[in-house]
Ligand binder design. Sequence first.
Ligand SMILES: Cc1cc2nc3c(=O)[nH]c(=O)nc-3n(C[C@H](O)[C@H](O)[C@H](O)COP(=O)(O)OP(=O)(O)OC[C@H]3O[C@@H](n4cnc5c(N)ncnc54)[C@H](O)[C@@H]3O)c2cc1C
Length: 535
Amino acid sequence: MVLHLVPRCSARLFWASPGWRRTYTQGTSVGLTSLGCPRHRHSPMARRGYSSASGSPEVMLTPERYPVQRLPFSTVSEEDLAAFERIVPGRVVTDPEQLEAYNVDWLRSVRGCSKVLLRPQTSEEVSQILRHCYKRNLAVNPQGGNTGLVGGSVPVFDEVILSTALMNQVISFHDVSGILVCQAGCVLEDLNAYVQERDFVMPLDLGAKGSCHIGGNVATNAGGLRFLRYGSLRGTVLGLEVVLADGTILNCLTSLRKDNTGYDLKQLFIGSEGTLGVITAVSILCPPRPKAVNVAFLGCPGFAEVLQTFSTCKGMLGEILSAFEFMDSECMQLVRQHLHLTNPVQESPFYVLVETSGSSAAHDAEKLTSVLEQMLNSGLVSDGTMATDQRKIQTLWALRERITEALSRDGCVFKYDISLPVERLYDLVIDVRARLGPRAKHVVGYGHLGDGNLHLNVTAEAFSQELLGALEPYVYSWTAEQRGSVSAEHGLGFKKKNVLGYSKPPEAMKLMQQLKVLLDPKGILNPYKTLPARA
Ligand SMILES: Cc1cc2nc3c(=O)[nH]c(=O)nc-3n(C[C@H](O)[C@H](O)[C@H](O)COP(=O)(O)OP(=O)(O)OC[C@H]3O[C@@H](n4cnc5c(N)ncnc54)[C@H](O)[C@@H]3O)c2cc1C
């Protein structure tokens, strides 16, 4: 049992391949800082190729796979297109080839048939678009980076796609408070680079950072890799500007830490997945950039040891513990097979990634080393490696961050994003593996253990109704029995909207429906998503 203080794996960067992030001619507006230039091409999503030339099979139209009926919205007419052209001149896309990428989700699991994509640059333009759509009864699908994993980001039928990609300006940054105000279409990775130059970090980080937008993050209440340290967006988002379904601009874009005047309306829109309004700008509190970051990657002999490792780290590392992630051996097998990443430690049934963020490099490294040595000696950990420099840290993080990408290369993926009491977290994976037997190609478990969040993923050669039937509602009932949540951080979107009842009582669901009617009486915003269809 050896603790390697440098990783054995190659130190090359894994994200060197060109990202698929779309680039547009940047809009400029006086006094704002434009982001989104292709400075940072660290996207792990180079896989994305929509054309059939990429060799990937055609994605089935959503209504062909799922039982869903088009609601009686209007269809886009020539007059509508002319009106849109007046509102966003030169930024109305109707070319079917260009539209393809916006009609299909990242997982290539759902596909709409929208005929038009609009690319506003300002909140006023969003307001005019929605005013027109509301009057004409046209359904609208707000879209950020289109990295959502529950089919919420693309149309189900022919909804108008409203993309925030050109709303990518920083409005202000205050270098004493760390409060950033920006437009909703800023890419998370660009924002992080922007605030890092000023000695701050974004309070959230996720594998999709090279493509997802801050507006999309807020709309999904994204969790991610820094949740353990900085908590939920419900705490760090200080204000929002939102355009309502009828075009009203609701300006709650305050930058106050404390504000107890009336109801906290921004909370309604955080996690509402584009069903209550279009988020156009965000005010968010950024924490100071930690001076020292260390990462350890460890092998554990069993899940009981993973849990004990977590308790030990919490107890001994205290306030410098900033992430605690776990993955099972099948995840490791997939990142090796599909992405050619190297396992830096000896083969183990489980792996954990421990990150510390503090103010003293030497002190933090010493503290982490002594915790790791203790865990090695007590048998909680069978092997480990530690990194203190940025390049090696990224190499270790890639093993965990790129699991989603490796899974998507393994075939058709059935994804479950579950909150559970931490001690039961892996039992669900074991049960599902036994239940499916050889019908599944892989059944894997990984996730944000520190937040009690399991990502259970099942892969198969192709979509199969029979496999889906074996998984659902089994996974949801199992979760409900533990009083868990059937969506910890990805939201409900289109694919999970009918399982809301497993995690919320009928009274709460009724109130949600009433709020939807109040804010969007015609139901034009992201229909068929988040809430179950009304009887
Ligand atoms: C590789 C990978 C790793 C991921 N890791 C994580 C993770 O660790 N944690 C996590 O929580 N998620 C994760 N995700 C899921 C996804 O990245 C997040 O849900 C992200 O917040 C979506 O942002 P987006 O800009 O891509 O939004 P989109 O995918 O475009 O949209 C998501 C939803 O938000 C709505 N929406 C988007 N923008 C707006 C807006 N401005 N106003 C109103 N509604 C809007 C859409 O209508 C849709 O319902 C991951 C995805 C991938 C592909």
